[in-house]
Design a binder for this molecule. Structure first.
Ligand code: URA
Length: 196
């Protein structure tokens, strides 16, 4: 976290260390999926009392920064289906507006790992959850993976969608007037994808 937050960190390091955190978030998110007991026989002829995942998953990234988290999910879940949602602030109403959504057609029967690295006001994330609910995904089947959250964003989100699980690496101090997270890491998407 220290490396990705430092302004002086070169892009290659930003990507490398952000990817490491993303991998941890994905692994932790997967730990929250339901399991059933499963016994297997080991090569020693003994039984190991283990667990087996119950159900199916998919990823949904909130464009553009959330797309940076897709590879981390693919690294853990072979051939995982990944939907995308594009939400931007409407120029006139200033409210988050849905511009594009492409989701797996059987999404209602899957657990969804919602991907967005920064939770600032929570506006986009809450709109994205609305889209998932409209597509039949039960609220308690959504796990939101997030690197840095503001207290304002996380409180608004949790109050509106109490059954969504949030797996977040760090909760910061707050937001500035431009709705950037403080101390934050700046614009995650621009640093990850190399745009200004
Ligand atoms: N998105 C970012 O990339 N950074 C912030 O601080 C807030 C939203």
């Amino acid at each position: 976290m220290t490396i990705i937050r430092a302004k002086s960190t070169p892009r290659a390091d930003f990507i490398f260390y952000a990817d490491r955190i993303i991998r941890l978030l994905v692994e932790e998110g997967l730990n929250h999926l339901p399991v059933v007991e499963k016994d297997v026989e080991t090569p020693t002829g003994n039984v190991y009392n283990g667990l087996s995942f119950q159900g199916r998953i998919c990823g949904v990234s909130i464009m553009r920064a959330g797309e940076a988290m897709e590879q981390g999910l693919r690294d853990c879940c072979r051939s995982v289906r990944i939907g995308k949602i594009l939400i931007q602030r409407d120029e006139e109403t200033h409210l988050p507006k849905l511009y594009y959504a492409k989701l797996p057609n059987d999404i209602a029967s899957r657990y969804c790992l919602l991907l967005d690295p920064m939770l600032a006001t929570g506006g986009s994330a809450m709109k994205a959850v609305e889209v998932l609910l409209d597509n039949g995904v039960p609220e308690n089947h959504i796990i939101f993976l997030n690197l840095i959250a503001s207290p304002e964003g996380i409180n608004a989100f949790a109050e509106r969608f109490p059954k969504v699980k949030i797996v977040v690496a760090e909760v910061d101090q707050g937001l500035n007037g431009d709705k950037y997270i403080l101390p934050g890491c700046g614009d995650f998407g621009c640093r990850y994808f190399g745009t200004d």
